[in-house]
Design a protein. Structure first.
Ligand SMILES: Cc1ncc(COP(=O)(O)O)c(C=O)c1O
Length: 450
C-alpha cells in the first residue's frame, strides 16, 4: 500500500486499519531532528469493544499467572532470593513524594499523584524482563517435562524438576535468545537455574557487566556487531535447525508477552494496598519504557484488561530509537525501522536500543495504547540522577526514562485527562543490579555524584 497524505481527521483511522499513512508534519520533523515528540494514539478503543477479538485474551494471561504460581515451590527451592515470597517474582508499588513535589513544581497538576513500580528491584534478575523470561522458560520446561515423563501431569509436584535426573535431562536442551541485555539475563539466569544450556545473542549495545554476569552463571554469550534485530535474526535462524534448541523470540513470543502481562493482573491488589482508586474521574497513567515492545505491551494489555478504560498506558522511547511510536504512527507496524527516519538506534538506554518494533505488539497496541513519546539521552541521564537524588532509586537509563512520562503526558493536553486528577505510575524497569562503578559513571555523565 503506497504511503498516503494524512486525512483531515488524523491518521488514526487508517493506521488502525493497517494502512500505511504519512504522519503529520510536526511529528515527522521532530522525529527526524531527534527531538522529543508525543504521539497520541487515535486507534485507542474502549477495551470491552475489542477484548473478545484480540489475539491475547484475559484467560491466557490468567493461565500464565497460574503457571507462575504452580512453579513457585520449585523456584523457591532453586533461588534462595525467592524463598521469602514463596517463589513468586513480584515488585513493590510505592509513592514517590519527593519526585511528585518536584514534578508539581515543574507543572504537574496539584491533584496528581506519582508512584514507582519497582521492577528494577525484582528478585534474581532485577528487571521488567523477569516475569516474561521466567514464564517463557517455564513454558518450555513444563512441556519438555510432561513429554519426557519427568512430571506425571500438570498437578504433579514441580519440585521433582530440581532433582538430578531432571537437571540432567534439561542439560541436553539449550534455550536461545536475542537480547539487548536484560532479557538475556532473565532467560540466562532462570534457564541455567533449571539446568538448561543457554545461548544469548547480544547486540552491540549490551553492557559488558550483563555479559559477564551471564558467563558467570554458565551461559554462552555470542556478541554481535549489529543491532538487536540482527542478533535476533541469527538466533532465530540457528534454532530452526535443531529440535533441542529452543528459541525464545522477543519479537514474537506469546509466552514472553503473557508473562509480562501478569504484572497487570496483580496491579489492582497493589493499588488497593496504596489506597489508589481508579475511575474515569481518577485515571491511572502507566509510564512504560519501551524497546521492542513486549514488556510494556504485555503490561499495558494486562492492565487494561484488568482495570478497564480508566487505565491509560503510555510508552517512552529514546529519540534515536522510537520503534513502537513509528510502527503505530505510520501503521506499518513491524515493517518500519527508525533508520528510515535517519535515526541511529544508538542510545545510553541500552534496553531500549531497538529500531524495529515487534509486529505482534504493534497490532495488539492499536486499540490499547494511549500514546507514545520520546526522550533524549541527556534527559534520561538526568532522570537517573533525579531518581537517585529524590527517591534513592538505582535505575539504569532505560528505566529512568519512565520519569519523563508524567509531564510529557500532561503537556500533551489529552481530553481524557482534562480536569481529572491522575495517578501516575513510573514503571522502573531495571537497574538494581548495576555495579557501583557503572552507576557512578552514569551519575557522573549526568553531572552529579553518588
Ligand atoms: C530496563 C529495560 N526497560 C525496558 C525494556 C523494554 O522492554 P521491551 O524491549 O520488551 O519493550 C527493556 C528491554 O530490555 C529493559 O531492559
Amino acid at each position: 500500500m503506497p504511503a498516503r497524505k494524512q486525512p483531515a481527521g488524523g491518521i488514526g483511522g487508517l493506521a488502525a486499519l493497517g494502512y500505511a499513512v504519512s504522519m503529520d508534519n510536526a511529528l515527522t520533523i521532530g522525529l527526524r531532528a531527534g527531538q522529543p515528540v508525543f504521539f497520541a494514539n487515535p486507534g485507542r478503543l474502549p477495551i470491552a469493544s475489542v477484548a473478545g477479538s484480540l489475539p491475547v485474551r484475559l484467560a491466557d494471561i490468567e493461565a500464565a499467572g497460574e503457571r507462575l504460581k504452580r512453579f513457585a515451590p520449585l523456584l523457591a527451592e532453586l533461588f534462595p532470593e525467592l524463598a521469602p515470597s514463596g517463589g513468586l517474582v513480584e515488585s513493590a508499588l510505592f509513592p514517590a513524594p519527593v519526585l511528585e513535589r518536584r514534578l508539581k513544581a515543574a507543572g504537574l497538576p496539584a491533584g496528581d499523584r506519582v508512584f514507582v513500580k519497582a521492577d528494577h528491584a525484582l528478585p534474581v534478575v532485577g528487571s521488567v524482563k523477569a516475569r516474561g523470561g521466567l514464564h517463557a522458560v517455564l513454558a518450555v520446561a513444563e512441556a519438555l517435562a510432561l513429554d519426557g515423563g519427568l512430571l506425571a501431569g500438570p498437578d504433579d509436584d514441580c519440585r521433582r524438576m530440581a532433582e538430578p535426573a531432571a537437571r540432567n535431562f534439561f542439560s541436553s536442551h539449550t534455550l536461545s535468545v536475542g537480547s539487548t541485555g536484560n532479557l538475556g539475563l532473565s532467560i540466562g539466569v532462570f534457564g541455567r537455574g533449571l539446568g538448561f544450556g543457554v545461548t544469548v545473542h547480544m547486540s552491540a549495545e549490551a553492557r559488558a557487566w550483563k555479559k559477564e554476569m551471564l558467563r558467570r552463571v554458565g551461559a554462552t554469550v555470542v556478541e554481535h556487531p549489529g543491532d538487536y534485530a540482527a542478533a535476533c535474526a541469527v538466533a532465530r535462524e540457528e534454532a530452526g535447525h535443531s529440535p533441542r534448541l529452543h528459541f525464545i523470540d522477543d519479537e514474537n513470543s506469546l509466552d514472553l508477552l503473557l508473562g509480562y502481562a501478569v504484572a497487570g493482573l496483580r496491579l489492582p491488589q497493589q493499588l488497593a494496598g496504596c489506597r489508589i482508586a481508579v475511575s474515569a474521574g481518577h485515571p491511572l497513567c502507566l509510564h512504560l519504557p519501551c524497546g521492542v515492545g513486549g514488556a510494556p505491551g504485555g503490561i499495558a494489555l494486562g492492565t487494561r484488561l484488568t482495570l478497564g478504560d480508566a487505565a491509560l498506558a503510555f510508552f517512552v522511547e529514546p529519540t534515536e530509537a522510537p520503534a513502537l511510536l513509528l510502527g503505530l504512527a505510520t501503521g506499518r507496524h513491524g515493517g518500519i525501522s527508525a533508520a528510515e527516519y535517519g535515526l541511529t538506534g544508538r542510545t545510553v538506554a541500552d534496553g531500549l536500543a531497538v529500531s524495529r518494533p515487534s509486529d505482534l505488539v504493534c497490532r495488539l497496541m492499536v486499540p490499547v495504547l494511549d500514546g507514545a513519546h520520546t526522550v533524549g539521552d541527556a534527559a534520561m541521564l538526568g532522570h537517573v540522577a533525579e531518581a537517585f537524588d529524590a527517591e534513592a532509586l538505582r535505575l539504569e537509563p532505560s528505566a529512568a526514562a519512565a520519569l519523563a512520562g508524567p509531564l510529557a503526558v500532561r503537556r500533551a493536553n489529552l481530553p481524557v485527562l482534562a480536569g481529572r486528577p491522575a495517578t501516575h505510575i513510573c514503571w522502573a524497569t531495571g537497574g538494581s543490579l548495576l555495579p557501583d562503578a557503572e552507576f557512578a559513571a552514569l551519575l557522573a555523565r549526568a553531572g552529579t555524584r553518588p
